[in-house]
Design a protein around this ligand. Sequence first.
Ligand SMILES: NC(=O)c1ccc[n+]([C@@H]2O[C@H](COP(=O)([O-])OP(=O)(O)OC[C@H]3O[C@@H](n4cnc5c(N)ncnc54)[C@H](O)[C@@H]3O)[C@@H](O)[C@H]2O)c1
Length: 341
Amino acid sequence: MLKVGLIGIGFMGRGHLDNYIRLESENAPVKLVAICDIDKDKFKGKFVPGNIDVGNQKYDFSKYNLYTSIDEMLEKEDLDYVDIALPSYLHADATVKALNKGLHVLCEKPMALKSEDCARMIEASKKNNKKLMIGHCLRFWPAYEYLKECVENEKFGKPVSGYFFRGGETPAWSYEGWLLKKEKSGGALFDQHVHDVDTINWVFGKPSKVSTIAKVVIEGDGYDSLSTNYIYNNGLVINAQDDWTINGDFGFEMSFRVGFEKGCLVLERGVLTAYPYDGKAFKPELPKDIGYYREMSYFVDCLVNDKPICAAPPESSMETIVIAEAEEASADDMGALKNIK
Ligand SMILES: NC(=O)c1ccc[n+]([C@@H]2O[C@H](COP(=O)([O-])OP(=O)(O)OC[C@H]3O[C@@H](n4cnc5c(N)ncnc54)[C@H](O)[C@@H]3O)[C@@H](O)[C@H]2O)c1
């Protein structure tokens, strides 16, 4: 039975908590034993909801050992792994600390805000021979997995073009407003758009160059609204846009349209539709479980059965940050093409 410590019980930490409760109820070989959060109010159930409907249960925190200090939790608990859902600027230090204590780590995306920090995380994982996975949940999200499969098995032929979008309301839930501070979150580019950067890197491979135009809308934040063209040497036409300043009743949306030689796949408002050019449109049969649950089950399986983290290797998550850094540099330079190292 794997013993877990969850670090950070904000919006996403509660999303993970929901899944530990579910996994335990299904007798999965994992048990959440301790939770750490600097903000004691969280343990009294004082939460601000996020932009999707997760982490909104009434929790019984008396079942867990509670801490407000990461060091104290790591000192006192006998854990197998920690699950880190801290503000992004804290990911690297907390991950390295836990790995150096001999624990495996599941850490939320983005891996870190700088590729040098990602490299430190990978080095600590290797040095301590402990597994590290970054929670790039779209790699476990059924509609995105279907897209990846279609690219690999050429069900509709080879891909021709792709457009990805994420966006919606300005985040208002974060601890001390860290999400809207450039140095802590990297803005929408590193926080939200990074999901699509990782998807594009995973599905189509590393682009050779990027060109990004972007705008700071909220003072003190990083780029809040942006559009990137990904340049591939084989001529693939790929673009992704993000905007977290779309308020009102719009809600949150993640969508894509990918054109292939013989068909097109569209994800819109949570519904995936395939349009083969020689037949009728259809809705592919997909697993019903949410990506977070599937991501966490996968990590548990890799630990219990000592399997390598193939679905989301940390080296690939670092590559995603290298691409995001190039996008930021391009945006700073009015969309100039930047090579991906
Ligand atoms: N995978 C996804 O779809 C997804 C969605 C949302 C957020 N995230 C990621 O999850 C992470 C957390 O984001 P969030 O939206 O939950 O933010 P949040 O502000 O709601 O939660 C962060 C939590 O960390 C706690 N915290 C801050 N400093 C701490 C410290 N030093 N020690 C212990 N606890 C501390 C805060 O009190 C808060 O409860 C971010 O990296 C974010 O990018 C991922």
